[in-house]
Ligand binder design. Structure first.
Ligand SMILES: [Zn+2]
Length: 196
């Protein structure tokens, strides 16, 4: 049976003596005293009489394979930037940004080769995707059929676009637009979040 203590301990903090406990993970023993080697919380295994220091849950950092939801905030010459607000099941309270480039569309890219990146995504679009690489920047993968734009707005009048006979159409001004759509296009964000 393990018993956790809520008090935070610091590196090098003396915790107990070897007469009381065996030094477990996250501790070391010197001259009969057990010290902590990490910042964390004390956990005591009563059966083994072992004391360990359990690391605090680290801040969620972007990793390849993590699923994300974000909105497209702008364009540079070859990339669109995305403000990520949901990652791997967590609503983010701090901001991460990602980039969408032609490499984000993988093998589906040749289908869209003509025209600019704005044929795939546009400002204010909500996208669902996966982190592809975190080297230098968080590059997003939108190539799978689940991934892509899940909500788009008319670039002419700002109304939400609807799928009408496979075409993304503005119900107000009848403009037709192109995007790399997710099969979950128009799914409510709450429902989509459950997939992230
Ligand atoms: Zn419109």
């Amino acid at each position: 049976m393990k018993e956790s203590h809520s008090r935070l301990v610091l590196v090098g903090e003396p915790l107990a003596t070897v007469e009381e406990f065996f030094p477990g993970d996250g501790t070391f023993e010197k001259d009969g005293v057990i010290y902590s080697t990490r910042v964390g919380k004390i956990s005591v295994d009563k059966n083994r009489r072992a004391l360990e220091v359990v690391e605090l849950k680290p801040l969620l950092a972007p990793k390849p394979g993590f699923k994300i939801i974000g909105s497209v905030t702008g364009f540079s010459s070859h990339y669109a930037s995305v403000k990520i607000f949901y990652m791997n099941g967590n609503r983010l309270s701090y901001e991460y940004s990602g980039l969408i480039g032609k490499e984000s569309f993988g093998r589906s890219y040749p289908r869209f080769r003509t025209g600019s990146l704005r044929n795939y995504v546009r400002e204010n679009d909500i996208v669902y995707g996966e982190i592809m690489s975190t080297v230098n920047v968080n590059l997003l993968d939108l190539s799978a059929k689940e991934y892509g734009v899940v909500k788009a707005y008319c670039s002419n009048c700002g109304s939400p676009l609807v799928l009408f006979k496979k075409y993304l159409t503005c119900p107000s001004c009848k403009t037709r637009e192109n995007r790399k759509l997710s099969v979950f296009y128009d799914e409510p964000v709450e429902k989509l979040v459950a997939r992230v």
